[in-house]
Write a protein that binds this ligand. Structure first.
Ligand code: V47
Length: 400
């Protein structure tokens, strides 16, 4: 049953009024999940109609050596040479990426995230960007979280602006949203005490926006934080986005709630999130972040099935094909390594949406036609003894 408070908030949303901290908290506590989802869906459809976005993207992690010791991380190794540690040279990184790329379906984005390696020169990152630009000119370079940019500034003795300017000159095009975790200091201190603070993370994005860059933002939820901490996080992002919009240069494009996965990290005793919490978090994010254009249901963290339902709970984007992701796969061995365009198109269509392939900056690459829910693909069968066996699946023309 929906709460009386929910009706008040619903009226505010319909009047385009901004929700405050108390409203946001009430939404996290709202017992009627479907009413909450329907309200977020209203906003989502007001912004994007029936469209649901995805891109062709590939991941590259060049080093998992990291001086930070985040409790939630299953990816990092503290020292070079420790079992499982990997640091690629630039040619090795290019080769690793080449192996992940299908030339018939080249990605429009390469997303690079690394550990905070203390032993590499800054020129390594510049060379990496230059090599990515030369080798894969068709792929937008979305590289290095704000935590990495802050680490570079400290480690190599530069300001955030100097780091960003040098990386932009070498080919950096936008910043991913990682490293935000939970801003509230009492949580951040316990899960990520030795990397950029909330203010430092926000300062890097502020600087990137001032330089005209588009960036993303994340929240790592479903561990030791409370709903109040999630609300605090959303409000800090909304405030920075207000500043960015007023300044009129770069801004946040998408918000991505990341469901915590407990395998193999310092918080493995925790149970991880449930589907309801994943959907609730999407819906509240859509309603509170009234100045963010896009909300991603990140299928790697929530599963493709929950991400698909998320398209009716406020999300308008399912991220992308995501080939070669290792941060989540380290914490959740069950995640598939990448989805094909056909799989994403099907997932979006069956959610009742129109699949739109976009580039990193949300320019339309291709709008896939809406298709009947039934008969989206045909099967070819062959008789095997007494049985018919499906030997091939044929997707409708134009789906890939
Ligand atoms: O910052 C690490 C998270 C992030 C775990 O900008 C974990 O488009 C859950 O930022 N359980 C990196 N989460 C990934 C990221 C991202 C993902 C998708 C899209 C975009 C974008 C950015 O992964 C880290 C951290 O918050 N993470 N370990 C874990 N065990």
């Amino acid at each position: 049953m929906r709460s009386a408070r929910f009706s008040e908030i619903e009226a505010k949303v319909r009047a385009d009024a901004r929700l405050d901290e108390r409203d946001a908290l009430a939404l996290f506590e709202e017992p009627d999940l479907l009413a909450l989802g329907a309200l977020a869906n209203e906003v989502r459809e007001r912004l994007h109609g029936d469209r649901a976005y995805f891109n062709r993207n590939v991941r590259l992690e060049v080093t998992n050596v990291c001086v930070a010791s985040c409790n939630f991380c299953s990816f990092a190794r503290l020292e070079d040479g420790a079992p499982g540690s990997v640091t690629l040279t630039v040619p090795q990184a290019i080769e690793a990426l080449r192996r992940k790329i299908d030339p018939a379906e080249p990605p429009t984005e390469v997303h690079v995230v690394n550990g905070l390696h203390p032993g590499l020169p800054f020129s390594y990152y510049e060379e990496l960007l230059r090599a990515l630009r030369a080798e894969f000119p068709y792929a937008h370079r979305k590289c290095f979280t704000a935590v990495e940019i802050h680490f570079f500034a400290r480690h190599y003795g530069m300001s955030h602006r100097e780091v960003l300017e040098r990386l932009i000159a070498a080919g950096l095009e936008s910043l991913p949203g990682g490293g935000a975790e939970v801003f509230a200091p009492e949580v951040r201190q316990r899960i990520a005490h030795d990397k950029a603070t909330a203010d430092e993370w926000l300062a890097v994005h502020r600087e990137a926006h001032a330089l005209g860059m588009m960036t993303n933002a994340t929240l790592l939820y479903g561990h030791i934080e409370t709903f109040a901490h999630r609300v605090d996080h959303l409000l800090r992002l909304r405030a920075l986005q207000d500043e960015a919009i007023a300044a009129g240069r770069g801004r946040f494009q998408a918000f991505i709630p990341l469901a915590f996965h407990p395998d193999g990290n310092g918080m493995q005793a925790l149970p991880g999130t449930t589907g309801v919490d994943d959907l609730r978090t999407l819906a509240v994010s859509r309603l509170v972040l009234d100045n963010f254009d896009h909300l991603k249901a990140y299928w790697v963290s929530s599963t493709p099935k929950v991400a698909q339902i998320g398209l009716s709970f406020g999300a308008d984007d399912v991220d992308g094909t995501i080939v070669g992701e290792t941060i989540y796969t380290a914490a959740n061995k069950k995640a598939p390594d990448g989805l094909t365009v056909d799989e994403l198109v099907r997932l979006v269509r069956e959610a009742g949406r129109v699949p739109v392939e976009r580039d990193t900056l949300y320019r339309v690459v291709r709008e896939h036609p809406r298709a009947a829910l039934e008969g989206q693909f045909k099967v070819r069968e062959r008789r095997q003894g007494k049985h018919l066996a499906v030997v091939d699946v044929v997707h409708p023309e134009g789906s890939s």
